[in-house]
Write a protein that binds this ligand. Structure first.
Ligand code: NAD
Length: 500
């Protein structure tokens, strides 16, 4: 069995803690790898490497930083397939989806390549006689990133390319469930010429996270994961005087208005609910069918759901792979039975699914897709984030009833409306309480130069991730007021508050 350690100070470092966690191949249920779980002392050595590297990296020229970023971009481009295969082997998602994840992560790296434009600051001349004012942004220091299992490459890439482009050094604590892809990202960064210690990977669990949160040399924390942990990260980071952005879970609603093209809506509901087996924070998990659209829409979704091909992620004919662990698969399945008991119609029941013709997948963490109709807001399947291929349909008589339902949710990550009515779409975009809105777009993940983030229990902290918010997060402002007096001028004494 392979043991994955840490990446500290530009080299592989074996763990000394003696603690390890299992890393499964979800398609077969086997455990080819174990991952080191760092002690607090191992975290300290990663932070120390980052702190030492900061002294030089923070003052390195923009030309040097961008030379690295462009080279790194080319190297990742050449390794897309390899990184995607690593993702599939530990996460389970199909190869094409994993390639999409790498591409979306590289968008942020491409934004980072343009960092000189973003950091050029502002200058006002002559705000008073011979007085100029400049606003500049400087790095924070050592920044930590703590990331979830569902996008093992993309979410780290939402963070470290921009953080290091801004002159920070970085310690990444990836999910212990699928750590190989983020580890490979760090190896490739070194190959592209990143100085030792600028990007470090420390593998681990709560022990590692807690040390990062309390370490006096960590200036800021970016977190992406579930809502309870996001809340904890924010409060702990703030208690230790750190800047923090903590993105949490979601329950994303897709509103289908009576005038929508129902075939188009059904296709999009399928893609957004069952892509990556529903393990996306922007997955559509609730369709709200308004007016008399319900019966026809449910029939169209069910028809498509029955035809989906579910199998191992490395099989090009699979459209959906397994879930991340056996426990998670069983928990997802329990929501289907629970919804039936609580009065929902189970139109498609994906529990008990097995892959045909692949005996090696018999112990894989597979589940089929499920479609629950006539779900009500008091049911567990509606209230909880299931994070699996289970789509709930809620019926609403009117637009007003539908928007009240969506705005009553504790989460506000993404949402979408499907309609041909521009006025209704415009009203929705202004009234809905969510951070990312799609109009006939079911998974409105913003492109790299816009920022990503939800509202309510989907984000703790003020700034969204990547885009301009990401640059603001990874820098702090400084304003410099300059006067070069005329040698002929005398200063004079004036104890009054300076005005222009
Ligand atoms: P998770 O919260 O269990 O884990 C995320 C990270 O936190 C991991 O690195 C993990 O090691 C660490 N962690 C877990 N428990 C901890 C604890 N008690 N104390 C300290 N650290 C702890 O999330 P997950 O299961 O890996 O990922 C799925 C969740 O992430 C879903 O809720 C999903 O919606 C959310 N997510 C959100 C976004 C977003 O942008 N809002 C994006 C992707 C995933």
């Amino acid at each position: 069995m392979k043991t994955l350690g840490h990446w500290i100070g530009g080299k592989a470092v074996e763990s000394v803690s003696g603690n390890v966690g299992p890393v499964y191949d979800p398609a077969t249920g086997t455990q080819p790898t174990q991952v080191a779980l760092a002690s607090a002392e191992e975290v300290d050595s990663a932070v120390d490497a980052a702190r030492r590297a900061y002294a030089e990296w923070s003052v390195s020229s923009l030309a040097r930083r961008t030379a690295f970023l462009f080279k790194y971009r080319e190297l990742l481009d050449a390794h897309r397939d390899e990184i995607a295969a690593l993702i599939t082997s530990e996460h389970g998602k199909v190869h094409s989806d994993a390639l999409g994840e790498v591409a979306r992560g590289m968008e942020i790296l491409e934004l980072a390549c343009g960092i000189p434009e973003k950091l050029k600051g502002e200058l006002s001349t002559q705000v008073s006689t011979r007085v100029d004012v400049a606003s500049i942004r400087q790095p924070l220091g050592v920044v930590a990133g703590i990331t979830p299992f569902n996008f093992p490459a993309m979410v780290p890439m939402w963070m470290f390319p921009l953080a290091i482009a801004c002159g920070n050094t970085f310690v990444l604590k990836p999910s212990e469930k699928d750590p190989s892809a983020p580890y490979r990202l760090a190896e490739l960064a070194a190959e592209a010429g990143l100085p030792d210690g600028v990007l470090n990977v420390v593998n681990g669990d709560k022990t590692a996270v807690d040390r990062l949160l309390s370490h006096p040399d960590v200036a800021g924390v970016s977190f992406v994961g579930s809502t309870p942990i996001a809340k904890y990260i924010q409060s702990e980071a703030v208690a230790h005087g750190k800047r923090v952005q903590a993105l949490g879970g979601a329950k994303n609603h897709m509103l289908v208005l009576p005038d929508a093209d129902l075939d188009f809506a059904a296709d999009n509901a399928i893609n957004a609910a069952y892509g990556s087996a529903g393990e996306r924070c922007m997955a559509v998990s609730v369709v709200v069918a308004v007016g008399d659209t319900g019966d026809e829409l449910v029939a169209k979704i069910a028809d498509r759901a029955h035809k989906l091909r579910i199998g191992p992620g490395d099989d090009p004919s699979s459209e959906m792979g397994p879930l991340i662990t056996r426990e998670h698969r069983d928990k997802v399945a329990s929501y289907v039975g629970g919804a039936r008991d609580q009065g929902a119609d189970v139109v498609v029941d994906g529990t008990g699914y097995t892959v045909e013709g692949r005996p090696e997948c018999a112990d894989g963490f597979f589940i089929g897709v499920s479609l629950l109709d006539k779900v009500s807001p008091d049911m567990d399947a509606y209230r909880d984030e299931i994070f699996g291929p289970v789509l709930c349909v809620v019926r609403a008589d009117t637009y007003d009833e539908a928007i009240a339902l969506i705005n009553g949710s504790r989460w506000g990550n993404g949402t979408a409306v499907f309609t041909r009515d521009g006025g209704a779409a415009r009203r929705f975009q202004l009234e809905v309480e969510a951070g990312m809105v799609g109009i006939n777009v079911p998974i409105p993940v913003p492109v790299g130069h816009h920022s990503f983030g939800g509202w309510k229990d989907s984000l703790f902290g003020d700034l969204h991730i990547y885009g301009n918010d990401g640059i603001a997060f990874y820098t702090r402002g400084k304003v410099i007021t300059t006067r070069w007096p005329d040698p002929a001028e005398s200063g004079g004494i004036n104890l009054g508050f300076p005005t222009s």
